[in-house]
Ligand binder design. Structure first.
Ligand code: ATP
Ligand code: PRP
Length: 213
Protein backbone atom coordinates (compact mmCIF):
# COMPACT_ATOMS: atom_id res chain seq x y z
CA UNK A 1 0.00 0.00 0.00
CA UNK A 2 1.23 3.51 -0.85
CA UNK A 3 -0.03 6.43 1.21
CA UNK A 4 -0.01 9.91 -0.32
CA UNK A 5 -0.46 13.00 1.91
CA UNK A 6 -2.32 15.89 0.31
CA UNK A 7 -3.78 19.05 1.83
CA UNK A 8 -7.46 19.86 1.47
CA UNK A 9 -8.31 22.88 -0.67
CA UNK A 10 -6.34 24.37 -3.51
CA UNK A 11 -3.57 21.77 -3.80
CA UNK A 12 -6.00 18.85 -3.54
CA UNK A 13 -8.22 20.30 -6.29
CA UNK A 14 -5.26 20.96 -8.61
CA UNK A 15 -3.63 17.60 -7.87
CA UNK A 16 -6.76 15.60 -8.75
CA UNK A 17 -6.20 15.57 -12.54
CA UNK A 18 -2.54 14.59 -12.04
CA UNK A 19 -3.49 11.75 -9.72
CA UNK A 20 -6.23 10.68 -12.14
CA UNK A 21 -3.58 10.26 -14.85
CA UNK A 22 -2.16 7.48 -12.67
CA UNK A 23 -5.63 5.98 -12.19
CA UNK A 24 -5.92 7.41 -8.67
CA UNK A 25 -9.42 8.73 -8.05
CA UNK A 26 -10.59 9.20 -4.45
CA UNK A 27 -13.72 7.26 -3.60
CA UNK A 28 -15.00 9.94 -1.18
CA UNK A 29 -14.99 13.72 -1.59
CA UNK A 30 -13.15 15.47 1.28
CA UNK A 31 -15.53 18.45 0.90
CA UNK A 32 -18.46 16.33 2.04
CA UNK A 33 -16.82 13.44 3.89
CA UNK A 34 -15.29 13.68 7.38
CA UNK A 35 -12.93 10.80 6.54
CA UNK A 36 -9.23 11.67 6.80
CA UNK A 37 -8.07 8.54 4.97
CA UNK A 38 -9.52 8.28 1.49
CA UNK A 39 -9.57 5.04 -0.44
CA UNK A 40 -9.00 5.42 -4.15
CA UNK A 41 -9.87 3.58 -7.33
CA UNK A 42 -6.42 1.99 -7.01
CA UNK A 43 -6.46 -0.66 -4.32
CA UNK A 44 -2.76 -0.14 -3.62
CA UNK A 45 -3.03 3.63 -3.04
CA UNK A 46 -4.75 5.69 -0.32
CA UNK A 47 -4.75 9.43 0.33
CA UNK A 48 -4.48 11.13 3.71
CA UNK A 49 -5.99 14.60 3.84
CA UNK A 50 -4.15 16.96 6.22
CA UNK A 51 -3.14 20.60 6.77
CA UNK A 52 -0.74 21.90 4.10
CA UNK A 53 1.97 22.62 6.68
CA UNK A 54 1.76 19.06 8.07
CA UNK A 55 2.50 17.31 4.74
CA UNK A 56 6.34 17.32 5.09
CA UNK A 57 6.10 16.06 8.68
CA UNK A 58 3.90 13.09 7.72
CA UNK A 59 6.26 12.22 4.85
CA UNK A 60 9.53 12.66 6.76
CA UNK A 61 8.33 10.38 9.57
CA UNK A 62 7.00 7.77 7.15
CA UNK A 63 3.33 8.21 8.12
CA UNK A 64 2.87 8.84 4.40
CA UNK A 65 5.17 7.48 1.68
CA UNK A 66 4.63 10.47 -0.58
CA UNK A 67 3.16 13.94 -0.29
CA UNK A 68 2.23 16.97 -2.31
CA UNK A 69 3.33 20.24 -0.72
CA UNK A 70 3.93 23.85 -1.73
CA UNK A 71 7.55 24.96 -2.07
CA UNK A 72 6.71 27.70 0.47
CA UNK A 73 5.87 25.04 3.06
CA UNK A 74 8.97 23.00 2.19
CA UNK A 75 11.28 26.03 2.47
CA UNK A 76 9.86 26.83 5.87
CA UNK A 77 10.03 23.18 7.00
CA UNK A 78 13.67 23.15 5.87
CA UNK A 79 14.53 19.48 6.30
CA UNK A 80 16.95 17.24 4.46
CA UNK A 81 14.89 14.28 5.64
CA UNK A 82 12.82 13.87 2.49
CA UNK A 83 13.32 13.68 -1.25
CA UNK A 84 11.81 16.28 -3.54
CA UNK A 85 12.02 14.61 -6.96
CA UNK A 86 9.35 16.43 -8.97
CA UNK A 87 7.95 19.92 -9.53
CA UNK A 88 4.27 19.27 -10.26
CA UNK A 89 3.76 22.79 -11.65
CA UNK A 90 0.45 23.29 -9.80
CA UNK A 91 -0.68 25.95 -7.26
CA UNK A 92 1.81 28.41 -8.65
CA UNK A 93 2.37 31.77 -7.00
CA UNK A 94 5.21 33.90 -5.62
CA UNK A 95 6.53 34.40 -2.10
CA UNK A 96 7.07 38.15 -1.82
CA UNK A 97 7.60 41.04 0.52
CA UNK A 98 4.87 43.68 0.43
CA UNK A 99 4.33 47.09 2.01
CA UNK A 100 1.59 49.75 2.07
CA UNK A 101 1.42 51.62 -1.26
CA UNK A 102 3.71 54.66 -1.16
CA UNK A 103 5.30 53.78 2.20
CA UNK A 104 8.66 55.51 2.70
CA UNK A 105 11.55 53.04 3.14
CA UNK A 106 11.88 52.19 6.84
CA UNK A 107 15.33 52.93 8.32
CA UNK A 108 16.94 50.44 10.71
CA UNK A 109 15.08 47.51 12.17
CA UNK A 110 11.85 46.62 10.36
CA UNK A 111 8.89 44.66 11.68
CA UNK A 112 7.79 41.87 9.40
CA UNK A 113 4.57 39.90 9.83
CA UNK A 114 4.42 36.45 8.24
CA UNK A 115 3.67 32.79 8.72
CA UNK A 116 7.02 32.03 7.04
CA UNK A 117 9.23 33.01 9.99
CA UNK A 118 12.34 31.02 9.11
CA UNK A 119 12.21 31.87 5.40
CA UNK A 120 11.69 35.58 6.16
CA UNK A 121 14.57 35.65 8.67
CA UNK A 122 16.91 33.95 6.19
CA UNK A 123 15.86 36.30 3.40
CA UNK A 124 16.42 39.52 5.39
CA UNK A 125 19.68 38.16 6.85
CA UNK A 126 20.94 37.62 3.28
CA UNK A 127 20.00 41.24 2.51
CA UNK A 128 21.79 42.41 5.67
CA UNK A 129 18.56 43.90 7.11
CA UNK A 130 17.75 43.84 10.82
CA UNK A 131 14.23 42.55 11.32
CA UNK A 132 11.79 41.67 14.04
CA UNK A 133 9.62 38.87 12.67
CA UNK A 134 6.10 38.53 14.05
CA UNK A 135 4.52 35.12 13.50
CA UNK A 136 0.94 35.13 12.20
CA UNK A 137 -1.17 32.18 11.08
CA UNK A 138 -3.16 34.04 8.38
CA UNK A 139 -4.49 37.39 7.14
CA UNK A 140 -0.95 38.78 6.96
CA UNK A 141 -2.23 41.63 4.77
CA UNK A 142 -3.96 43.11 7.80
CA UNK A 143 -0.76 43.62 9.82
CA UNK A 144 0.54 46.83 8.16
CA UNK A 145 -2.98 48.33 8.11
CA UNK A 146 -3.30 48.19 11.89
CA UNK A 147 0.29 49.12 12.77
CA UNK A 148 1.42 45.61 13.67
CA UNK A 149 4.18 45.51 11.05
CA UNK A 150 5.96 47.63 8.41
CA UNK A 151 6.10 44.83 5.91
CA UNK A 152 4.70 41.35 5.24
CA UNK A 153 6.06 38.22 3.63
CA UNK A 154 3.24 36.33 1.93
CA UNK A 155 2.11 34.51 -1.19
CA UNK A 156 1.01 36.57 -4.17
CA UNK A 157 -0.82 35.21 -7.18
CA UNK A 158 -3.12 37.70 -8.95
CA UNK A 159 -2.12 40.48 -6.52
CA UNK A 160 -5.81 41.11 -5.77
CA UNK A 161 -5.50 40.54 -2.01
CA UNK A 162 -2.61 43.02 -1.74
CA UNK A 163 -4.44 45.57 -3.89
CA UNK A 164 -7.69 45.27 -1.95
CA UNK A 165 -5.75 46.13 1.20
CA UNK A 166 -3.71 49.04 -0.14
CA UNK A 167 -0.46 47.05 -0.31
CA UNK A 168 2.06 46.55 -3.11
CA UNK A 169 4.56 43.77 -3.77
CA UNK A 170 8.23 44.72 -3.43
CA UNK A 171 10.75 41.85 -3.65
CA UNK A 172 10.40 38.32 -4.96
CA UNK A 173 11.74 35.81 -2.44
CA UNK A 174 10.90 32.60 -4.33
CA UNK A 175 8.74 31.31 -7.18
CA UNK A 176 6.36 28.77 -5.66
CA UNK A 177 4.71 25.62 -7.01
CA UNK A 178 3.71 22.30 -5.51
CA UNK A 179 6.29 19.53 -5.29
CA UNK A 180 6.08 15.79 -4.90
CA UNK A 181 7.97 14.73 -1.78
CA UNK A 182 8.97 11.17 -0.92
CA UNK A 183 9.97 9.47 2.32
CA UNK A 184 13.60 8.31 2.10
CA UNK A 185 13.05 4.79 3.45
CA UNK A 186 9.96 4.28 1.28
CA UNK A 187 11.98 5.29 -1.78
CA UNK A 188 14.17 2.22 -1.09
CA UNK A 189 11.60 -0.24 0.28
CA UNK A 190 8.79 0.55 -2.18
CA UNK A 191 11.00 1.59 -5.06
CA UNK A 192 9.12 -0.12 -7.90
CA UNK A 193 5.70 1.29 -6.95
CA UNK A 194 7.04 4.80 -6.28
CA UNK A 195 9.13 4.84 -9.43
CA UNK A 196 6.13 3.82 -11.56
CA UNK A 197 4.07 6.64 -10.06
CA UNK A 198 6.92 9.14 -10.46
CA UNK A 199 7.27 8.32 -14.14
CA UNK A 200 3.55 8.81 -14.81
CA UNK A 201 3.44 12.11 -12.91
CA UNK A 202 6.60 13.33 -14.61
CA UNK A 203 5.14 12.58 -18.04
CA UNK A 204 1.87 14.29 -17.14
CA UNK A 205 3.55 17.46 -15.77
CA UNK A 206 5.72 17.63 -18.92
CA UNK A 207 2.57 17.37 -21.07
CA UNK A 208 0.89 20.12 -19.06
CA UNK A 209 3.95 22.35 -19.49
CA UNK A 210 4.07 21.87 -23.24
CA UNK A 211 0.33 22.60 -23.46
CA UNK A 212 0.94 25.88 -21.60
CA UNK A 213 3.89 26.90 -23.80
P1 ATP B 1 -3.48 25.75 6.24
O1 ATP B 1 -4.84 25.11 6.04
O2 ATP B 1 -2.47 24.77 6.78
O3 ATP B 1 -3.51 27.07 6.96
P2 ATP B 1 -3.39 27.23 3.83
O4 ATP B 1 -4.62 27.95 4.23
O5 ATP B 1 -2.15 28.03 3.54
O6 ATP B 1 -2.97 26.06 4.81
P3 ATP B 1 -4.04 26.84 1.10
O7 ATP B 1 -4.50 28.27 1.08
O8 ATP B 1 -4.88 25.77 0.49
O9 ATP B 1 -3.76 26.35 2.58
O10 ATP B 1 -2.61 26.85 0.45
C1 ATP B 1 -1.91 25.65 0.27
C2 ATP B 1 -0.74 25.92 -0.66
O11 ATP B 1 -1.23 26.42 -1.90
C3 ATP B 1 0.27 26.95 -0.16
O12 ATP B 1 1.22 26.35 0.69
C4 ATP B 1 0.87 27.43 -1.48
O13 ATP B 1 1.90 26.54 -1.91
C5 ATP B 1 -0.31 27.36 -2.45
N1 ATP B 1 -1.04 28.65 -2.55
C6 ATP B 1 -1.52 29.38 -1.53
N2 ATP B 1 -2.14 30.50 -1.97
C7 ATP B 1 -2.05 30.46 -3.31
C8 ATP B 1 -2.53 31.31 -4.35
N3 ATP B 1 -3.18 32.42 -4.10
N4 ATP B 1 -2.30 30.94 -5.61
C9 ATP B 1 -1.65 29.79 -5.89
N5 ATP B 1 -1.16 28.95 -4.94
C10 ATP B 1 -1.36 29.28 -3.68
C1 PRP C 1 -3.42 33.16 -0.33
C2 PRP C 1 -2.31 34.07 0.22
C3 PRP C 1 -2.77 35.46 -0.16
C4 PRP C 1 -3.61 35.21 -1.41
C5 PRP C 1 -2.86 35.71 -2.60
O1 PRP C 1 -4.50 33.19 0.54
O2 PRP C 1 -2.13 33.90 1.61
O3 PRP C 1 -3.57 36.06 0.85
O4 PRP C 1 -3.78 33.79 -1.55
O5 PRP C 1 -3.56 35.48 -3.78
P1 PRP C 1 -3.89 36.69 -4.79
O6 PRP C 1 -2.60 37.41 -5.07
O7 PRP C 1 -4.44 36.00 -6.01
O8 PRP C 1 -4.90 37.59 -4.14
P2 PRP C 1 -5.71 32.16 0.36
O9 PRP C 1 -6.60 32.58 -0.76
O10 PRP C 1 -5.18 30.76 0.25
O11 PRP C 1 -6.42 32.36 1.73
P3 PRP C 1 -5.91 31.89 3.16
O12 PRP C 1 -4.41 31.69 3.15
O13 PRP C 1 -6.33 33.04 4.04
O14 PRP C 1 -6.63 30.59 3.40
Amino acid sequence: MLTIAVSKGRIYEEALPLLASAGIRPVDDPKTSRKLILSTTREDIQLVIIRATDVPTFVEYGAADLGIAGKDVLLEYNSKGLYEPLDLGISRCRLMTAVPVGQQPVEGRIRVATKYVRTAKDYFARKGRQVEVIKLYGSMELAPLVGLADCIVDLVDTGNTLKANGLEPVDLIEDISSRLVVNKAAMKMKHAAIDELLQILERETKNNRSLEA
